[in-house]
Design a protein. Structure first.
Length: 598
């Protein structure tokens, strides 16, 4: 469909609890999001039909916009006057999203490639089975039987190499004979994306017991990953097998004008489109109640990870266990008993929908968010790497170390843009709070622009980008992103109070503002939502992005927060003494008006 024929679009995202609908209309030459509605998702009893929630959300859009969109179970197309839309698109993570199990010959090589492939297709990876994962054969079989995934991705071996490991894995799947999570009447889909020489043998083993599909090898040679064919196959299987079993999805599939996408896949696609359009390295995060998704595009390579145990309500105790209470408490600008913090967080887990009632509660919530974001990024860095098993330069000893780790692609100094979404980032009482949370947890370096997704619109726009890239990017820039501003964080360490940076900002109108930054300082400079140019001159061996003591000019973006100068050094070390730490945090938070008293 060309942009000429596309004037009115309705898009829905069926989440696990809420179904959100947005209306997009062409105003002049630009697409804008005009109305939105939401309703509870209806996959569970008593409704057991996802389209009830979808229709309720669209009815709200109809009431607000005065446009008739539905005719019974049908979306009216094309649009004429005040009736109908040109296309309806949808994403979904209802019913627990897409749950997969991956199997690879060597855990650190094909196992990880398979994991990257499944995560990029929007799946939750329940487990990785590998020949060398240390489990006994019967344990692997039991695990496959127990988990009941929606599908299994089986990979292993380079083309023409040995087939023993991958055949062994296929035999485990056959012996386990797992039943799919939804719809006991159909065979479990298994995608084979391994050594092409093993295809006949795999067919012989799995053809009868499973719905076997064969696609190109994920690692045809050691030096190359080929993830897209398997990703497309996962998406097709998701639509044909998994979605057909979920309550009401066959009806929804008849309503839409383009294939339904898993929500995380759509968010990833939108992140990629934005990174490509702007030629940026981008990090996007969606922090929810139970899980945290991290998406990145570095040097045009896309990665996604799901930290299924890190979240702000249901998983808050996991954050506490993984980070340790001391790490959460180090962000609090007041003295509090450790047991008190534990009790408050356990209460949040028991009553996940509560929101902070006092400033102190909010500060504790923000402290947890910093740790959840930090841990999720650490997990992401481990998977967003160059290929393992490939040597850049080989010495004799390296040649024996086939599982040598690839370098992480995530380099904070080369990061241009951070996008935050999820309640704690998108709905913090003050925008500067979201800005500081992301700066602290990611320890941003050099110059980084920041934004939040105002109402979690990225899934809708990701699925729309397949029909019209222009429509999705227009709405993304104008309505989806709330620009927070830019963080300037020179890297290095010095004595408190030492001068580490001199700077000058020149706005589009030619107005100049200048200043300096001392070690241990933090402050905000107001700059509305516009682009400007900054000249940075780091001192004392500090690096602001172009090397130690290197003076340079760069573009920056203003926003509702402004320009945040962070002179606390990198790596950011908070004082060990509780009194000094509380003093410093209070000083920084007051300076940037993070928790004003009025």
């Amino acid at each position: 469909m060309s942009d000429k024929d596309l004037n009115v679009i309705i898009a829905t995202d069926c989440g696990s609890t809420t179904t959100k609908a947005i209306l997009i209309e062409k105003k002049g030459d630009t697409y804008r999001q005009t109305f939105r509605g939401e309703a509870p998702t209806t996959v569970e009893a008593p409704f057991e039909d996802v389209t009830c929630g979808v229709k309720n959300a669209i009815i709200e859009v109809e009431e607000l916009s005065g446009r008739k969109i539905l005719d019974g179970d049908k979306v009216i197309t094309p649009n004429k006057g005040n009736t109908g839309v040109d296309i309806y698109v949808s994403t979904s993570s209802a019913g627990g999203g897409l749950q997969m199990m991956v199997a690879g010959a060597v855990k650190a090589m094909t196992g990880e490639s398979a994991q990257r492939c499944a995560l990029g297709a929007g799946a939750i990876v329940m487990d990785i089975i590998a020949s060398n994962d240390g489990r006994a054969d019967h344990e692997k079989i039991e695990r496959i039987r127990q988990l009941r995934p929606d599908m299994i991705l089986l990979s292993g071996g380079t083309d023409g190499g040995t087939i023993t490991h991958v055949v062994e894995l296929a035999n485990f799947v056959k012996a386990a004979d797992p039943k799919p999570r939804l719809g006991a009447s159909y065979k479990l889909p298994v995608i084979f994306a391994g050594n092409s020489a093993a295809r006949d043998k795999i067919k012989e083993i799995l053809d009868e017991k499973t719905a076997l599909m064969i696609t190109e090898n994920l690692r045809p040679v050691l030096e190359k990953e080929n993830l897209m064919p398997a990703r497309h196959k996962i998406h097709d299987v998701f639509l044909e097998h998994v979605m057909q079993q979920a309550p009401g999805y066959p009806k929804l599939m008849k309503m839409v004008g383009a294939p339904i996408m898993p929500t995380p896949m759509a968010v990833g696609l939108m992140t990629e489109k934005f990174a490509r359009a702007k030629n940026y390295n981008v990090l996007a995060v969606d922090i929810g109640g139970a899980t945290t998704d991290v998406f990145s595009v570095f040097d045009t390579i896309f990665n996604r990870t799901v930290s299924a145990n890190l979240g702000m309500s249901y998983s808050v105790s996991n954050v506490m266990a993984e980070a340790g209470v001391a790490n959460i408490m180090r962000w609090l600008p007041f003295k509090i008993d450790e047991q008190e913090v534990r009790n408050r967080l356990k209460n949040k887990m028991i009553r996940p929908t509560t929101i902070p009632q006092t400033v102190e509660d909010l500060m504790i919530e923000h402290a947890v968010a910093r740790e959840a974001l930090r841990l999720a990024l650490d997990q992401h860095k481990l998977l967003a790497v160059g290929l393992k098993g490939v040597q850049q330069e080989r010495s004799i000893s390296d040649a024996f170390d086939q599982t040598s780790t690839g370098q992480s692609l995530i380099n904070m100094m080369n990061l241009n843009y951070v996008i935050g979404s999820g309640g704690v980032l998108a709905h913090s009482p003050r925008r500067v709070q979201s800005m500081v949370l992301m700066t602290d947890s990611y320890q941003l370096e050099g110059i980084t622009m920041l934004a939040v997704d105002s109402i979690f619109m990225m899934p809708h726009l990701g699925v729309l980008s397949q029909i019209s890239e222009k429509a999705s990017l227009d709405v993304f820039y104008n309505d989806c992103l709330i620009k927070l501003g830019t963080t300037i964080a020179p890297v290095g360490l010095a004595k408190e109070g030492e001068l580490i940076l001199e700077w000058e900002i020149e706005t589009k109108e030619g107005k100049k503002i200048d200043g300096s930054l001392r070690f241990g300082e933090m402050y905000l400079v107001e700059l509305k939502d516009e682009e400007a140019e900054i000249t940075l001159k780091p001192l004392k061996g500090f690096d602001a992005g172009q090397g130690k003591n290197s003076k340079f000019k760069s573009k920056i973006q203003g926003g509702v927060g402004g320009i945040l100068f962070d002179g606390r050094g990198r790596p950011l070390e908070l004082p060990k003494s509780e009194q000094k730490r509380v003093e410093n945090l209070t000083k920084w938070f007051n300076k940037i008006n993070m928790y004003p008293e009025k």
